[in-house]
Design a protein around this ligand. Sequence first.
Ligand code: XMP
Length: 319
Amino acid sequence: LWTPDNIIEDSIARVRELVGDEKVLLGLSGGVDSSVVAALLHRAIGDQLTCVFVDNGLLRLGEGDQVMRTFARHMGVRVIRADAEDRFLGRLKGVNDPEQKRKIIGNTFIEVFDDEANKIKDVKWLAQGTIYPDVIESAGSKTGKAKVIKSHHNVGGLPEEMNLKLVEPLRELFKDEVRKIGIELGLPSEMVYRHPFPGPGLGVRILGEVQKDYAQTLRQADNIFIEELRKADLYDQVSQAFAVFLPVRSVGVVGDNRLYAHVIALRAVETIDFMTARWAHLPYDFLDLVCRRIANEVPGISRVVYDITGKPPGTIEWE
Ligand code: XMP
């Protein structure tokens, strides 16, 4: 009989048999899949697991601390946090092209991960949060493009010399099964039922060149949007929602003063498979509240717009 409980027991037994007493390394992103792998492997092999969490400076507000709190502090998982904001932002200086930005972020991620991995002695296994749809997608992909994006995200690019064996305990599972297991393993439901977040993070939500102060501004605006969605019980009704930083300036007015400041776009979509999507018809009063809060609370923003483009013709992300 299939129950989350059975799957967990079964996976634990299989992992133990597979890795024995050898050490396992996992790239923890804070996303659902790698989080569930971390919790599962921790239950199965305890301190034989070391997670590396790369903070690229392009995460959402408080995200790095939240990952450390959940895994390191609450669950006692061994997690190394690599603070690599300067390295990422340094590499992204002057780069405007979205694909170029993705490549740089992916490559820098591998570098940082690799540096950390090399500090850990005697690792024999690399754990990955590959789930069943990833397996299908990679097998069916003619161009290999989807696979490349995923593999960056899932640390598939680790140098061959490391010669690690792969352990992928979620390989036969669908997303909803992974979520149920996550809950059963004691992960917080906000983490397990979180909207997807792209590997390149805010790097593709700051249009054009990424700058540190743009990222700070975007994080604040995005946090207000998400916070209000949760308060209004709308978060789980949309498939993905986020703010985008537009580096164009528009004129606004605050009191008697003219303000010439940047623009935030809000995006929320409803979709089953993320291949096509409908823009979420959020209530006007709700949008009004979010706009007011962002304009009042986030320095450097004078205007907020709502994206009413479906996919197609738009993609979900702006870059
Ligand atoms: P688009 O923008 O292509 O997005 O309609 C579809 C879904 O994929 C996510 N996305 C990415 N995820 N690396 C990722 O891991 C990426 O480079 C990337 N680009 C888009 C996007 O957030 C949406 O859920």
